[in-house]
Design a binder for this molecule. Structure first.
Ligand code: HEM
Length: 241
């Protein structure tokens, strides 16, 4: 469902008339995303790379088709990209445009669908929370959907007696904050009410809440994702039992 919503906005994907090819290739990519990088036929990593290659092929065909279209009215994100490609002063090129489409299809889908799944899992065991539904932050804190983020030290950094040499790769682990008992009382408990007394983290992130990352690379889709999840939950609890 989430893939269809995002892909409709980005590339006018119509899930009801689609043969499922794009989705299957995408799924192959997702399955091997964190796999051991052994590039030989049969491995999860190989399937992942093939999936990415095939999705890029489909997106490229789509972009070329759309570029040829004579009658033109902007309806989705591809149109915005094509418009940008035509601009003489643009930094955009076809490779960047295709990478952007791929990235947004991925970032807009895998994360939010996992977030909804986690929310449902926690709600199933908590009828009181189901009644109040102020749950999204708490589910994201416990689920740690983006388990790691990567950074590179562009200069030598001194922090708490340690030295991080210039050029080091840093792996940020939000779960070590989200599950820290000095920050969150009884951190493993699903307790949406803990958010009642705190204000919303500024811009969606704080040192204590990093489900959407933070700083310059803060998730651009954070509010969109929370809106999608809230709409989903609203429909679920008001229309279904
Ligand atoms: C529950 C849902 C989501 C979670 C938990 C999530 C999490 C994150 C995190 C942790 C980052 C930071 C990565 C880093 O610092 O290296 C990030 C970045 C990003 N996210 Fe999300 N995300 C979600 C939904 C979405 C959606 C719906 C979209 C787009 C429609 C999206 C698009 C992006 C993009 C483009 C970036 C890169 C931003 C940049 O580097 O400037 N995300 N997300």
């Amino acid at each position: 469902m989430i893939f269809s919503i995002t892909a409709k906005r980005l590339i006018s994907y119509d899930s009801s008339s689609s043969d499922g090819k794009l989705w299957k290739q995408f799924d192959a990519f997702l399955q091997g995303l964190l796999a051991f990088p052994l590039y030989i036929p049969g491995t999860a990593f190989y399937k992942c790379m093939q999936g990415r290659k095939n999705v890029m092929k489909i997106l490229k065909e789509l972009l070329n088709e759309r570029k040829k279209a004579t009658c033109w009215e902007s309806v989705d994100f591809i149109d915005i990209l094509i418009d940008d490609l035509k601009d003489k002063k643009t930094l955009m090129n076809e490779k960047i445009a295709l990478d952007l489409l791929f990235l947004l299809l991925f970032a807009g889908f895998e994360t939010t669908s996992s977030g909804i799944t986690a929310t449902l899992k926690f709600l199933t065991g908590d009828p009181k929370a189901l009644q109040e539904l102020t749950v999204i932050h708490e589910a994201l804190r416990l689920a740690n959907i983006a388990p790691v983020m990567f950074r590179k030290a562009t200069e030598e950094v001194h922090i708490k007696g340690y030295t991080i040499p210039k050029g080091s790769k840093i792996m940020v682990s939000p779960s070590s904050i989200h599950l820290d008992p000095t920050i969150y009382k009884d951190p493993n408990a699903f307790n949406p009410w803990r958010w009642k007394d705190t204000t919303e983290p500024m811009g969606g992130s704080s040192k204590e809440f990093m489900a959407f990352g933070g700083g310059l690379r803060l998730c651009v889709g954070a509010d969109f994702a929370k809106l999608e999840m809230a709409v989903f939950l609203h429909c679920l609890v008001t229309k279904y039992r």
